[in-house]
Structure formats: C-alpha cells, structure tokens
Ligand binder design. Structure first.
Ligand SMILES: Cc1cc2nc3c(=O)[nH]c(=O)nc-3n(C[C@H](O)[C@H](O)[C@H](O)COP(=O)(O)OP(=O)(O)OC[C@H]3O[C@@H](n4cnc5c(N)ncnc54)[C@H](O)[C@@H]3O)c2cc1C
Length: 290
C-alpha cells in the first residue's frame, strides 16, 4: 500500500534530485499554511512532500550591490521585523506584518504565496510593484529568473513546472523610495483577512524638488492576477504630492477597478474600496508633505 513520502533535502543538490523525481503527487512544503489546510487533516497515501525548511542556505535576508535577497525560508515575521526592510521598503514590511496571525507569519514565506497564485495573495502585488524577480531551481540543478508577471499567470496558475522550486526573490533597491501597502478585506477575525482589494504604491521622490520622479502602482484582488495601473502612475510623474493629486489618483484607480471587475455585482464594492484605500495610503506615504 503506498504511504506518504517525506523528503528532507539538506542542500540544493539534494533538492534538485528530489525535484527530478517529482510527479503529480509531489508537493513542496514551505510554511505549509496554504498547502496543509488543502489536505483537510489527512495527507493522501501516495503523496510525496519535499520539505524546503531542511535545505541549507534558503534563509538569507541580505542586501548586496543594491539588491535585497530573500531566501525561500524567510518568514513574514522576519521580513516585517527587519530594520532594513522597514526603513527602505515600507510596503514590503507592511504587507508582511498584515498577513494572517502571528502563528501564520512565523511559518509562511513569500514563495508559497507566489506558487499558490491566489488573486488575494498579498505578496504578489507588492513584489510586482517592487520589480522583484523569483529565482527558480530546476531538476538538473540549473536556475532561471522570472519577473512576477512572468511567474504568476492566473488563478492558481504559474509558470512553474512540477519539477521546479522557487529559491527566493530578489528586489532591486535603487536608493530611497517612498512606499506603502494597504488592503481592505472581510474576515470574522482580524487575523484572517483575505483582501477584497489591495494596493501598493512605490514612488521615487526628489526630496529637494518635492516632486515624484518614478511611480509603480499595483492593484491586487480585483482581477485574476495583480496588475499595474500605468495611467495612475503617469498622473503622479513630475507632480508634487497634494490632496488634489491624491483625489485624482484615487479616481483613476477606481476607474481601473471598475473595468477589471467587469460589471460583476458581487464585486460592486471594490471600486469604492480602492478609492478609499488610495486616499488613505497616499496621505500616509506623503504624511510630511500635506
Ligand atoms: C489563517 C490564515 C490566514 C492567512 N492570511 C493571509 C493573508 O492575510 N494574506 C495572504 O496573502 N495570504 C494569507 N494566507 C495564505 C498563506 O499564509 C500565504 O499564501 C503564504 O505566503 C503561503 O506560504 P507558505 O510558505 O505557508 O506556503 P505553503 O503552504 O508551504 O505552500 C503553498 C503552495 O506553494 C508551493 N510552494 C511552497 N514553497 C514553494 C517554493 N519555494 N517553490 C515552489 N512552490 C512552493 C506549495 O507546494 C503549495 O502548492 C493565510 C492562510 C491562513 C491559513
């Protein structure tokens, strides 16, 4: 009778060997917060679990040459508490601090969110706004890098094969930027809030001129995948932060979400949600400028 197989690769070469044997009944185990609930308390016989937490070297959280590397085993708790992330990439720290409960944040990691490819996955939009790439290991030990839009393709759909694992993400950190993440959601408990809509704002800001010089704006949970809002970004370029700009930006984002929900009455609240979220978030990111 087939039993459950539990693999504990100790390094990348052992992980690659496990990946080479992976089939349709093989699952990579990160924090397990998405995967294990799917089994409803019983892992089916014939399943192979590959535990990534035993792989050495996947717990790196470090910046070198203007790039932040977050290994696959770095939990949300570590991201949310890291002084560099909090200072340089507030949107990432805010997202991490807002995932689930403390127990979830102590276990869950970014790659599980990307591989799960839920429209409500908070990390996807933030990583897209930060222009992150995912580093992916194949069964022959080679690696490839994919941007977030190249990796996350649709609801529960990614560019990963069964025989690939995300080793971590890399985020360029080109000097100081202003950023923020917010979400609105429904949940009976504060700890279990699946986003109805989420928003990430990332701005390059010329502090002496008082003007925005780059903008990346990503809306999440309003379509099968998170998406950038180029017209909203253009609106901000060269502009001084102001209540008028916040209003115009929130109107533009509302129009985006109205279009992306495609008239679905179940989602009729989302355009209103994103408007309020955008106003709040913009004021928060530029709190010292109003
Ligand atoms: C109570 C609760 C609250 C939650 N709240 C939120 C929330 O607020 N926001 C949010 O976005 N999510 C939330 N989640 C979902 C979940 O915690 C996140 O998606 C988390 O990032 C998943 O990471 P993990 O390491 O636990 O992944 P796992 O559960 O280990 O894996 C998830 C999927 O990804 C695959 N996978 C894991 N690691 C890798 C890898 N390195 N390479 C390739 N594939 C991999 C697994 O095989 C599996 O298919 C919540 C879940 C629970 C149970």
């Amino acid at each position: 009778m087939p039993s459950v197989r539990y693999e504990m690769p100790s390094d990348l070469s052992a992980l690659a060997s496990c990946l080479g044997r992976a089939d349709g009944n093989t699952f990579l185990l990160g924090g397990g917060t998405d995967l294990l609930p799917r089994f409803h308390g019983r892992v089916p016989a014939g399943t192979t679990l590959i535990d990534l937490r035993t792989v050495a070297g996947l717990d790196t959280l470090a910046t070198e040459g203007g790039v932040l590397t977050l290994g696959a085993n770095v939990t949300y708790t570590r991201i949310a508490r890291d002084p560099f992330v909090r200072d340089a990439l507030p949107c990432l720290a805010e997202m991490a601090a807002g995932v689930g409960s403390e127990q979830i944040r102590n276990a869950a990691c970014l790659p599980g969110n990307l591989a799960n490819a839920s429209p409500g996955g908070d990390a996807i939009g933030v990583l897209m706004a930060l222009d992150a790439t995912a580093l992916i290991l194949g069964p022959d030990g080679s690696t490839r890098a994919l941007s977030i839009p190249e990796l996350v393709l649709g609801i529960g759909r990614t560019a990963l094969s069964r025989q690939e694992a995300i080793l971590g993400v890399r985020i360029p950190v080109p000097g100081r930027r202003r950023s923020g993440f917010g979400k609105l959601g429904l949940g009976a408990r504060r700890e279990v809030v699946i986003a109805n809509v989420s928003l990430t704002l990332v701005f390059g800001f010329d502090e002496s001129a008082g003007r925005i010089d780059t903008a990346r704006i990503v809306v999440g949970s309003a379509a099968p995948t998170a998406y950038r809002a180029p017209e909203a970004e253009s609106l901000c370029l060269g502009a001084e932060p102001s209540a008028r700009l916040a209003e115009a930006l929130s109107d533009r984002l509302q129009a985006y979400v109205r279009e992306s929900i495609g008239g679905n009455p179940l989602f009729a609240h989302k355009p209103h949600d994103v408007k309020g979220l955008a106003l709040d978030l913009f004021h928060r990111v530029f709190a010292d400028r109003f």
